[in-house]
Design a protein around this ligand. Structure first.
Ligand code: NDP
Length: 327
């Protein structure tokens, strides 16, 4: 049995908790939070919630810690800190800062003789793996990544910060025309605006100036100004009823050529359609926790990404079973 702990209890951690129940070789031992443990209610019966200050006392009771913290401020601090004590897995998704995060975590994990797998989820994570493998197979070609249709938490938060906005949900939507052109092997050069549109559902405070809110959304630098954005004002009830979930998904495509004259064309496509982003991401973290456990058992240490994981390490099946059933 692989003994798992979860540090930080938000959407992603609840997803990982549910995933552990679907993996009979794993058990959830404890959940840790920076909040008062009495205020945090976990779903799994018999699993205790402890304050993060108690983490060191679990050193011999937990094989792998899953970190559910946010990428902006939690993980840069928490992952190196806990990698010195435990094998850890995180879903750090600030792409530009991955090299810096890797270096910090690597130093800590090596000091503690532990394995730390960072930036696993679907992007970064499964999409990164698909981009890498497709590029290795078809070295001459182009990669395309489309996200959605799905809720972007970062963009929804940005709208919520506008004066007069009570609540909001933002969907990122791939543009069909662009997706079709890639699928047809046209190798298009696509601008940001040509690849995705953004659709916003906004609950405004009573008496708020709707035209001003819409203008502020559409002109928000980086978040919306480079996209065609639609804004719908709706009631709080409608937002809860129709936009309460966290669906997401997307497509990774590589369009490449082979042959002496480069006469043959190939398209590789990997698609995800997810009802729940945190539950799917949590499921990936759990499979990767198993791989971290196996790597540690072989005496490996240091920071790893999805590129460093042998595929069979993710599976609960033996090598014989894998060869017989899934090869
Ligand atoms: P949440 O905001 O739900 O949780 C983040 C942290 O906030 C938790 O660890 C928890 O820490 C704290 N928290 C949670 N709920 C509350 C609350 N009610 N009051 C106060 N604090 C709370 O974030 P998500 O779980 O949605 O996402 C976590 C990260 O997952 C994202 O930042 C993103 O980086 C990553 N992610 C990565 C993906 C990928 O493909 N790589 C895909 C999806 C997400 P504590 O218990 O200590 O207070």
């Amino acid at each position: 049995m692989i003994r798992i702990g979860i540090i930080g209890y938000g959407n992603l951690s609840r997803g990982a908790e549910a995933a552990i129940r679907q993996n009979p070789d794993m058990e959830l031992v404890a959940v840790f939070s920076r909040r008062d443990p009495k205020s945090v209610k976990v779903k799994t019966e018999g699993v205790g919630v402890y304050h993060v200050d108690d983490i060191p006392s679990f050193k011999d009771k937990i094989d792998v810690m899953i970190l559910g913290g946010g990428s902006a401020t939690d993980l840069p601090e928490q992952t190196p800190k806990y990698a010195e004590m435990f094998n850890v897995v995180d879903s750090f998704d600030t792409h530009a800062r991955i090299p810096e995060h890797f270096a910090n975590v690597d130093e800590a994990a090596k000091k503690g003789n532990n394995i730390a797998v960072i930036s696993v989820g679907w992007d970064p994570g499964m999409f990164s793996l698909l981009r890498m493998v497709s590029t290795a197979i078809l070295p001459e070609g182009n990669n395309y990544t489309f996200w959605g249709k799905g809720v972007s938490q970062g963009h929804s938060d940005a709208i919520r910060r506008i004066d007069g906005v009570k609540d909001a949900r933002q969907y990122t939507i791939p543009v069909d025309k662009a997706l079709d052109a890639v699928r047809n092997g046209e190798n298009p050069t696509l601008s940001t605006r040509e690849m995705h549109t953004r659709e916003c559902f906004v609950v405004a405070e009573e008496g708020a100036d709707l035209a001003r809110i819409e203008k502020e959304i559409k002109e928000m630098p980086n978040y919306f100004d480079q996209y065609d954005t639609t804004v719908h004002f709706i009631s709080e009830e409608e937002l809860l009823e129709k936009h309460g979930g966290l669906p997401h998904g997307g497509f990774v495509l590589r369009s490449g050529v082979t042959g002496l004259e480069k006469e043959n064309h190939h398209v590789i496509e990997y698609a995800l359609k997810l009802d729940s982003n945190p539950e799917f991401t949590g499921s990936i973290l759990v499979a990767v926790a198993r791989a971290a456990y196996k790597m540690k058992q072989r005496g490996d240490k240091g920071c790893k990404t999805i590129f460093d994981i042998a595929p069979a390490d993710l599976s609960a099946m033996s090598p014989e079973e894998l060869r017989a059933h899934l090869l």
